[in-house]
Write a protein that binds this ligand. Structure first.
Ligand code: GLU
Length: 465
């Protein structure tokens, strides 16, 4: 058997959508699993809508998700000569023809068909024309068979049949000389020897038209697998109304790529009741046979749950670097503050996203404590003045600034003041971080370091008076 060759073929007219990312992932996993090739093809024949910015955004998102291609990116805009040659081939063989009907004529015919209750379809006016009219603009149409049926075995959906009479004489080249999607996709998939086309099921209606083109061009027909759509909670097609749909927006919201990969692949594919998969495990276990036939609903809570899982189990050093990026985004300098990896260790159990973690971490880096007014009013009360003084003195004298030592010192202060742990710990937490939630009190002191801890205790004492 020849090697599997699959491709991802985005149109660069916007960012990488999470639906597209899932299609790309399915292709990528199959290629890796079978030792095949994963090809990236940028479908930029629509010059007016394609932008370099989108190309860059797509490449960046693919890289972020960890999908490296084996060939490409191949740009369709660099292949116009090939497409022109293939249009000429079909014209020469009589399998395509020039159509001179004007847009107005076609519109009038369309309206008439609709009025008469017929399905609008090109009526074949120019099919039998002899000769060419060089001065008149024309499109090139494929001479579709008009009868019989086109059948294919979809690797996800099963056998699918279309009646050829339903299929129009497709335009393969526009009047400006540019080729159309259905034509170039066939030429490229064939010329790049793609053996399996995995794409969204919004393309399923294109497949029989494309199969007819493969046959006309004398190419072998690849296998097809059409992946069901992703829907929002209201069962309509996932769109911005349901939340972020751009892959990179998830990075900016503090998601980890492994969480998004894990989530997207599970959206439509399952493997027993296993939920957590590394990329390597996905490569081993993914198969089209286990992809469901119907659409899946995007569930942001589950994605968040997976993200929390990967944060909890992630490498602190790496997460620390990512956290730093989010802090800088918030205008916070890491500078001489605690090592980000140590902050990650303190917060990884309680933050579901890196953005949330950056919010919780900000207090360890800011020079000023930003107090939550409710927490300050509730906990920083004058009655605690002498307990805070005792704590300050004890901590001033502490030479070994480590969590276990500080815990002992804190116990001593509790003993001296006769306060229960929570009665002192919570106000101290507010004094040190500005808020009443956070890691253990001695962990906070270690993160802040001695100098900042003492300064913040003194500041609180000033507020208590
Ligand atoms: N460029 C097409 C799209 O972005 C994909 C075509 C295909 O996969 O065949 O929808």
């Amino acid at each position: 058997m020849s090697k599997l060759r699959v491709r991802f073929a985005p149109s660069p007219t916007g960012y990488l959508h999470i639906g597209g990312a899932r299609t790309a992932l399915f292709n990528y996993l199959l290629a890796r699993k079978e030792g095949g090739s994963f090809i990236l093809r940028i479908e930029d024949t629509d010059v007016a809508r394609s932008t370099q910015e989108s190309v860059d955004a797509i490449l960046q998102a693919m890289e972020w998700l960890g999908m490296q291609c084996d060939e490409g990116p191949v740009f369709q805009s660099a292949r116009f000569d090939l497409y022109r040659q293939k249009v000429r081939q079909l014209l020469d063989q009589g399998l395509a023809y020039r159509c001179y009907c004007t847009a107005e004529e076609l519109e009038a015919k369309r309206e008439q068909a609709l009025q008469e209750g017929r399905k609008p379809k090109y009526d074949g006016t120019c099919r039998a024309l002899q000769g060419t009219f060089s001065e008149r603009p024309f499109v090139v149409r494929f001479r579709a068979p008009g009868s019989g049926a086109t059948t294919f075995e979809d690797r996800i959906k099963g056998p699918i049949t279309f009646q050829n009479e339903e299929l129009d004489d497709l335009i393969i080249q526009r009047s400006d000389g540019t080729p159309t999607y259905n034509f170039v996709v066939v030429v490229d998939d064939a010329e790049m020897a793609i053996s399996l086309v995995v794409r969204g099921d919004d393309h399923i209606n294109n497949t029989p038209r494309q199969i007819l083109l493969y046959q006309a061009l004398g190419y072998p027909v690849p296998d097809f697998a059409h992946v069901p759509m992703i829907l929002g909670a209201d069962k309509s097609r996932l769109s911005k109304r349901h939340g972020a749909t751009s892959v990179m927006a998830y990075r900016d919201m503090g998601y980890l790529p492994e969480a998004l990969v894990n989530y997207l692949v599970r959206l439509g594919w399952s493997c027993g009741d296993q939920e957590i998969f590394s990329m390597q495990e996905l490569i081993e276990k993914f198969s089209l046979e286990a992809v469901g036939k119907s659409a899946s609903v995007f569930n942001p809570e589950k994605l968040l749950w997976l993200n929390a899982h990967y944060i909890k189990h992630g490498d602190s050093q790496r997460l620390g670097e990512l956290l730093t990026g989010h802090l800088v985004q918030k205008g916070i300098e890491v500078g001489d503050g605690p090592a980000p990896a140590a902050v990650v260790d303190a917060l990884k159990e309680r933050a579901k996203t890196l953005l949330e973690m950056a919010e919780q971490a900000a207090c360890y880096y800011r020079s000023e404590v930003v107090f939550d007014p409710d927490a300050a009013a509730k906990f920083l009360v004058p009655a605690l003045g002498s307990a805070f003084e005792t704590l300050l003195r004890r901590m001033e004298g502490e030479g070994d600034w480590q969590e276990s030592t500080l815990e002992r010192a804190f116990e001593e202060v509790l003993h001296q003041t006769g306060l229960k742990f929570g009665k002192l710990a919570q106000p101290v937490r507010v004094a040190l971080t500005g808020g009443s939630a956070g890691p253990g009190i001695c962990q906070i002191m270690v993160l802040l370091g001695k100098e900042r801890t003492l300064a913040r205790l003194r500041q609180a004492i000033g507020m208590l008076a």
